[in-house]
Design a protein around this ligand. Sequence first.
Ligand code: NAD
Length: 500
Amino acid sequence: MEEIGHWINGKRVAGTSGRFGEVFNPATGEQIAKVALATPAELDAAIADAAKAQLEWQKVNPQRRARVMMKFGQLIERDMDKLAEALSKEHGKTIPDAKGDVQRGLEVIEVCMGAPAMLKGEYTGDAGPGIDLYSMRQPLGVVAGITPFNFPAMIPLWKMGPALSAGNAMILKPSERVPTTAIMLAELAQEAGLPDGVLQVVNGDKEAVDTILDHETIQGVGFVGSTPIAQYIYGRAATNGKRAQCFGGAKNHMIIMPDADMDKAADALIGAGYGAAGERCMAISVAVPVGDGTADALVERLVPKIEKLKVGPYTGGDDVDYGPVITKQAQERIKSLINSGVDQGANLVVDGRDFSLQGYEDGFFVGPSLFDNVTPDMDIYKEEIFGPVLSMVRTKSYDEALDLVIDSPYGNGTAIYTADGDVARDFAANVNVGMVGINFPIPVPLSYYTFGGWKKSAFGDLNQYGPDAFRFYTKTKTVTARWFSGIKDEGAALNFKALD
Ligand code: NAD
């Protein structure tokens, strides 16, 4: 069986711990590889080498670092098919969706080609007599990226691009469920000219993460994953004095007003609810129609569309709509949450629990499910299901729908479908969620904006990618400089005072 190790100092190396994680092809249920889980000693060595490499990398001028990003982007495009194939095999998503995963990461790398502009400092000449004041952005040093299984290319690229182009070295700890893509990306970064040691990909589990969080050399931690782990990592990293931004889970609502185009709203719910088997932090998992007429019109449109969805393996051809979920445990958890919805009184309009695919009986598939008449006290409403399950909560008014979103503990994404500009504007202004779509179901901002949720969907400061990421991965140094020619000598000054 294939054994996946780490990427250290520009080479694939085997792990030494003797501990391994299992990597599956979720479509067949077969274990296809085992991934080495790093020891603290392996991390220590990788971090020490990264620290040495970073000292040289930060001296490479910003434009040359940006050129590495440019080449990196070209190589990602060159290898798009290979990356998508490897990603789908471990993750289960369809090939077009895997290409989208790579593409949305690539777009962040494209913005990092402009890193020199993002890294410019500020300057005030003659801030006082003979005094100039300027600030510069300097890299943090060695930072860590800890990433989830659901976007094996995009999220590592969100972390690597800004961190590396800002002059940091990075220890990337990808999800142990999907370890292959990150190492392939590291190989491409090396081919693009990234010096060895600047990007170390270390596979591992909690032991590796805790070593990173406690390691004195690590200056910043960028995490993406579930809310409990995000909160834990934020707390431990912050206690250890590290800069941390930790993005968590979600429960994203889409409000559908009675004046919305119902066909478009239904299509949006199908794409955002069931795409990638619902394993997206920006998936719409709660549909919130305003008025029973709106709800009935939606159910009438959704049911035939859901029944037509083709669930299958990534090798199943272009018409497969979504694939399996990531593990057997995830499959069982989703089905047990569907059971809880039935037990707690929701109306299961489409039941995906018994879905099975001939020839793939051991695959981790879950058929699409639709619940109507869900109420906020039910587990299917409260839990992030992270599966192909859409819950409908009926409301009587826009205000009731808005309050539902406002009261949700999560605040990653949300959307409204309406033809009324005033309502849309009010929603965008008043909802307490980080990313808002107006007639747009998955409002992932483009790479020159920034990505981040509110409430329990994000802990720490600043967003991912875009200008915020350059702020996160740099620290500001401000210099006050005085030159004396032509300046009256005032002798020693013992008091603070305003500058002339
Ligand atoms: P996860 O929290 O299980 O794992 C994420 C990372 O944390 C992995 O690298 C894993 O190895 C590590 N980890 C897991 N348990 C740990 C522990 N006890 N201690 C230390 N480290 C630990 O998340 P996942 O299942 O891989 O990903 C799905 C989750 O990620 C969903 O909740 C989803 O909403 C969220 N997500 C959020 C965003 C966002 O930007 N907000 C984006 C994508 C995914």
